[in-house]
Design a protein around this ligand. Structure first.
Ligand SMILES: [Zn+2]
Length: 624
């Protein structure tokens, strides 16, 4: 660490130009992106930045309780890269259900299916062979005609798959209630620094998707209601008038409207007669998910997310009547959308709707959430808030969550804590965050826990993946907020989001953007928090009482530049808290001497980190 500090100073001496004191580790593929000017060292997208995109027209036929889903899609995929593409890589995530699939964990018999079976495939109208037998979660198909820069290819695919009996992120929740995710063959991301995303899906990774346009239609039997990502185009065609009216009314209503109650479901007069084809449309979005049921309640209301334009967003919930917490879910959703839009990140919710579905996923999708039912209302609200926070990261921001989980789970965890302070009060929110997000990491001295956060998430598993992506990363973002102050932190965060929303930022785009927008060289902080095998551990080495001051010598044993309070207890029984921001560690890596003015006699000194829990709190107190 010291070595690179000196190297950085020497570099600026020789070039005579402004250079950051400390260089961050930059992998070779990212350096190449700087050379190609697709990205830049200011953190802005480079002048040659590009990304590919596609238009999907997807038709599904679902006929519960049969778990077989038939799909057909037309894809127009456009190559915006400067390279000729000889092949296309398809993502077939549901092949993780195949018996021989590579998986991180044990899978039950109820999880097994035959995966996605391709019935027909054509390129620019020409049929081609596609044998699904040995397909994994990626399938590279050589194109008959290479796809030149700026050109598009049109693809037609028919497929079928069985919804898994076991419901998690997707699957059959009840006999007649399905949650569909990853349900269509999707062209993988081809990006400017790694090329094709060929990462195998092991059951844990989440999203890395292009921004696409979707038209979706789902054909279901009478009485089935369908919820999906996107705007419902034909409510009056699929719903009976009374119910279409209720849905329409909810779009302007703060109050929750019970569109379909158990009584309504019993009467079977909600949908139009016969099979219905529900249709949606949505643009510039990274994925779609769908829920189908003839036994779920349906609630809806809306909430203003933009006070200037008064734009309202629909909030809907679909759930079985026994899930008590879901009766309140629309209220939780309204609260989350309102708070995230107006406070942190302080950007109006970017979509027209959020639908919360009772399933078993605790999993976010664009405009959709698949959550478990939780006995405790506070826990139900907490999980809903976390999943809705993902709207911004990874969906609005298009981050590669499969590789850099901390760019998305870390922010969802940060936002979850900030809204938690509003919900629970600061003290309770801190205790809850410590227990849920920090304790298991900081109390575990296994070396795996020290693996730096920047390590690609796809090569991690278990607690290390979780701690690196969620708690450790969020503590860094919250330390940044503490260090910059609310105003500058928000300006820098929103500036980064403004630069990169709808694109594919990587960690260096984030770090350099925050440096650039805040006008501060924070590489020392990024390096210690995100690139080094550090943890939080301070120790009081020495306390010296002088006439008008007290000097507290603190050693940073763990290496993370976390903030903390110094609590002085005086002989007269009074006490005083002095906050120390991360900044104290900018130039003092190992030890820092804190000078505090006081005439009083000090009896005891304690370092208190709050959410920034210390690995060995026993050496954080000095007593006279
Ligand atoms: Zn999450």
């Amino acid at each position: 660490m010291r070595k690179s500090l000196i190297a950085g100073c020497l570099a600026s001496l020789f070039t005579g130009s402004f250079s950051f004191g400390q260089e961050l580790y930059v992998p070779r593929d990212v350096k190449k992106a700087y050379e190609n000017e697709t990205r830049s060292e200011s953190g802005k997208p480079g002048k040659n930045y590009w990304q590919n995109s596609a238009k999907y027209k997807i038709d599904l036929q679902v006929n519960p309780p049969s778990r077989t889903v038939k799909g057909s899609e037309e894809i127009i995929y456009t190559n915006n890269s400067p390279n000729t593409l000889n092949s296309l890589n398809f993502k077939l995530i549901l092949n993780n259900h195949k018996p021989g699939a590579a998986r991180l964990g044990q899978a039950s018999e109820d999880y097994m299916t035959n995966g996605i079976e391709i019935d027909s495939y054509s390129e620019n109208g020409t049929k081609k062979e596609w044998n699904s037998k040995n397909d994994g979660t990626n399938k590279m198909i050589k194109l008959d005609t290479p796809l030149q820069p700026g050109e598009s290819v049109s693809l037609s695919i028919d497929w079928h798959f069985d919804v898994s009996k076991q419901s998690g992120r997707e699957g059959a929740i009840l006999e007649n209630t399905f949650f569909l995710a990853y349900f269509y063959p999707r062209v993988a991301v081809y990006d400017d620094y790694m090329g094709w995303d060929t990462m195998t899906f092991f059951g844990m990774q989440e999203f890395y998707n292009d921004f696409n346009d979707y038209e979706i239609s789902v054909n279901v039997p009478e009485d089935f209601i369908v919820w999906s990502t996107g705007d419902l185009l034909n409510a009056e065609e699929v719903l009976q008038k009374k119910y279409a009216k209720k849905l329409e009314k909810s779009m302007q209503s703060d109050e929750v409207i019970r569109i379909a109650t158990p009584e309504d479901l019993q009467k079977k007069e909600i949908t139009q007669d016969g099979n219905n084809t529900w249709k949606w449309k949505v643009s510039n979005i990274t994925d779609v998910a769908i829920a189908i049921s003839n036994e779920y309640n349906w609630d809806a209301a809306s909430v203003v997310v933009d006070s200037t334009s008064n734009r309202r967003v629909s909030v809907q919930a679909a759930y079985d009547n026994v899930s008590e917490d879901f009766h309140e879910m629309v209220n939780y959703g309204q609260h989350a959308l309102n708070w995230f839009s107006h406070h942190y990140p302080g950007i109006a919710y970017p979509y027209s709707k959020s639908t919360l579905v009772r399933g078993h996923g605790d999993m976010e999708y664009p405009m959709m959430v698949n959550d478990n039912s939780h006995g405790e209302p506070e826990l139900a609200r907490f999980v809903a808030e976390h999943e809705i926070a993902h709207t911004y990261f990874p969906f609005y921001m298009g981050t590669n969550e499969t590789r850099f989980g901390f760019m998305d789970e870390g922010w969802a965890t940060t936002l979850e804590h900030l809204i938690g302070i509003e919900d629970l009060g600061e003290e309770n929110a801190i205790e809850s965050f410590k227990g849920f997000r920090v304790q298991r990491w900081i109390s575990d001295d296994n070396m795996e826990q020290d693996v730096p956060i920047i390590t690609p998430s796809n090569i991690l598993s278990g607690p290390v993946y979780r701690n690196n992506s969620y708690g450790k990363a969020a503590l860094g973002y919250l330390a940044l907020k503490d260090m910059l102050g609310d105003e500058l932190f928000k300006k820098a965060l929103q500036g980064y989001m403004d630069r990169w929303n709808g694109k594919h930022p990587i960690p260096w785009d984030f770090f350099y953007s925050i440096n650039d927008i805040s006008g501060k060289d924070l590489n020392w902080f990024w390096d210690s928090w995100y690139f080094e095998p550090n943890h939080i551990d301070f120790e009081i080495k020495k306390v010296t009482q002088n006439d008008n001051s007290v000097e507290v010598l603190v050693a940073n044993i763990g290496g993370m530049p976390a903030p903390f309070d110094v609590k002085l207890t005086f002989a007269d029984g009074s006490s005083k808290n002095i906050h120390q921001k991360s900044t104290i560690w900018e130039n003092a890596e190992d030890e820092f001497s804190i000078q505090i003015k006081t005439d009083k006699e000090v009896e005891a000194v304690t370092l208190e980190g709050g959410i920034w829990m210390d690995a060995t709190p026993e050496n954080n107190t000095w007593k006279k």
